[in-house]
Ligand binder design. Structure first.
Ligand SMILES: Nc1ncnc2c1ncn2[C@@H]1O[C@H](COP(=O)(O)OP(=O)(O)O)[C@@H](O)[C@H]1O
Ligand SMILES: [Mg+2]
Length: 214
């Protein structure tokens, strides 16, 4: 099943960032996007995840052209079907990790999966205030928060950036198992070539062109 289809995307801010980018992702598949800092990877993720309308091109999510949806349909799609994990985790700082998970689960009519918290190693610490957690623990809470929504498509922009390599590998294994179990897909931006190599597809953003490398 096709989850995402992007056709001829182009975008510029002060100068052109990328041109004529096309890609597709099917259920259970993962795709890594690599490239130097400033090459437009995060901007492309914003376009693919419906958060930014590009200058040119179109995006289909789950077979629906997203620029034809009204605001209500778009909000519903983002809330129930998309999981966005960004470099900086937007956790509510005054709450505990667990309360952050409760809010996300409630919004998506889901329940919190304790096995998931255990596998991420945050089942005990997540009852502490977000501000008392280390950067790596906060990052794992934000990953748990997104997976608790049970999204069909995950957009992860450097999700393991604050984690040591062994923990990053464990988190990636959790993602890959999630994709199989839930028939979902993932697009991952990473600087870590060994993590990228575990994805089904690898693309490199270079000089405004997205090229398939695996
Ligand atoms: N909201 C914005 N407004 C203006 N320029 C932006 C904006 N977001 C990104 N840019 C420009 O696009 C460039 C690429 O940014 P980004 O997509 O974050 O690259 P990457 O994720 O590969 O590091 C940045 O260097 C910046 O000049
Ligand atoms: Mg970026």
């Amino acid at each position: 099943m096709n989850l995402l289809k992007a056709t001829s995307l182009s975008h510029a801010f002060d100068y052109p960032l990328f041109n004529n980018v096309s890609l597709e992702l099917n259920a259970t598949e993962s795709m890594a996007i690599i490239g130097v800092s400033g090459s437009g990877k995060s901007t492309l993720m914003h376009v693919l995840s419906s958060m930014l309308v590009p200058n040119k091109g179109s995006v289909e999510l789950f077979g629906r052209k997203i620029y034809a949806l009204n605001e209500k349909e778009l909000v519903k799609l983002r809330r129930y079907d998309l999981g966005l994990i960004y470099q900086s985790h937007y956790l509510f700082k005054g709450f505990s990790g667990y309360e952050n998970l409760e809010v996300a689960a409630l919004m998506a009519n889901q329940t919190i999966d304790n096995a998931l918290l255990q596998s991420l190693g945050i089942d005990k610490v997540c009852h502490q205030k977000v501000t008392e957690l280390s950067g790596g623990q906060q990052q794992r809470v934000s990953i748990a928060r997104v997976l608790s929504k049970k999204p069909r498509l995950i957009f992860a922009d450097e999700p393991t950036g604050n984690l040591d390599h062994a923990t990053a590998q464990e988190v990636m294994t959790i993602f890959f198992n999630y994709l199989k179990e839930h028939n979902a897909g993932m697009i991952l931006v990473t600087h870590d070539e060994s993590l990228a190599a575990q994805c089904n597809h690898i693309y490199r953003m270079n000089d405004g062109v997205l090229t398939k490398v695996q």
